[in-house]
Design a protein around this ligand. Structure first.
Ligand SMILES: Nc1ncnc2c1ncn2[C@@H]1O[C@H](COP(=O)(O)OP(=O)(O)OP(=O)(O)O)[C@@H](O)[C@H]1O
Ligand SMILES: [Mg+2]
Length: 284
């Protein structure tokens, strides 16, 4: 679904503040995968995902998404934006319509869908992100920060993109709201076989949701593997400014104290199962 070959991105190329944000990235992501993207601040996460819907053009290398070659000059990026939905960091700043309904409907309308279909999609997307129907006729600027964030996410979901990319979508939301939105996205991913890329600072969230985790480090791919294999490398992750989920820290600690637990335990269920077994093994 997504293929990057030798992709580099340089900001302000040739200028005195030239900055290589991405250096020779090679990646392949399959249809229907849920990918978590983690990395220290400035590691290149946002730069990487903005290239996947054509918002940024790579300085060199090739990108293919949903069968479309993004680096071919003849490619119509408008069509790509319908297939690849991108929720940027702090998307609430992009709301601009008179009403929340119109804002969420903006994408579907541009896609040329009829009014009934648009209405259906807006209502579905609003419900998915937990926006009450009575808010749809309000101005987006009368909403709370959390509601604005939800409206912005709904606008992208309403396009039902083949690839959904979210850059820290829940940063600053309360924990209950955060879990609710992430589970709804996971649910959409499963029902529609949507490919999802989620940038997050929460190891807990990526551990819970992702099939594979992409670890970025100063413009390079540091690791790209299953949560279990990534979270086995607690020491390396800590060297590059990242940590492992709390449950991994606890089970790593118990193992160091002598409990026979395997490395890379990253879910509470797995931890309970392994610890119970270990205690049984000791005849307790
Ligand atoms: N518009 C820009 N102009 C110049 N340099 C930039 C620009 N945007 C990002 N950079 C630089 O490129 C590098 C990668 O930035 P990027 O925003 O992709 O990181 P990130 O992993 O998304 O960080 P964060 O976790 O803080 O969002 C950083 O060194 C950053 O300072
Ligand atoms: Mg970023």
């Amino acid at each position: 679904m997504i293929k990057l070959r030798n992709v580099s991105y340089v900001y302000m190329q040739g200028g005195p503040f030239e900055k290589t944000a991405l250096d020779n990235i090679n990646l392949e992501i399959d249809r229907g995968e849920f990918i978590g993207i983690i990395g220290h601040t400035g590691s290149g996460k946002s730069t990487l995902i903005q290239m996947l819907n054509g918002l940024l053009k790579p300085s060199s290398g090739g990108i293919e998404v949903a069968g479309v070659n993004l680096t071919d000059k003849k490619t119509n990026l408008r069509d790509v934006r319908f297939k690849v939905g991108l929720v940027m960091q702090y998307p609430e700043y992009q709301l601009f319509e008179e009403t929340v309904f119109k804002d969420i409907a903006f994408g579907p309308k541009n896609m040329g869908l009829d009014d009934d279909e648009i209405k259906k999609r807006v209502e579905f997307a609003a419900n998915t992100v937990g926006l009450a129907p009575e808010l749809l006729e309000k101005s987006p600027f009368d909403l709370s920060g959390g509601q604005m964030r939800r409206a912005a996410i709904a606008g992208v979901l309403a396009m039902e993109p083949t690839v959904l990319i979210l850059d820290e979508p829940t940063a600053g939301l309360d924990p209950a709201g955060r879990d609710e939105i992430l589970y709804k996205i996971k649910d959409m991913h499963e029902r529609m076989n949507m490919t999802v890329l989620l940038v997050s600072h929460s190891m807990e969230d990526v551990a819970k949701l992702a099939d594979r985790i992409l670890v970025m480090n100063s413009g390079h791919v540091e690791m790209f593997d299953t949560p279990e294999r990534v979270f086995k490398n607690a020491d390396r992750l800590s060297e590059i400014g990242l940590n492992v989920p709390q449950v991994t820290r606890i089970t790593d600690g118990l193992r160091k104290l002598g409990m026979p637990l395997h490395e890379g335990i990253y879910t509470i269920n797995d931890a309970v199962y392994c610890i119970t077994n270990a205690l049984r093994g000791e005849g307790r």
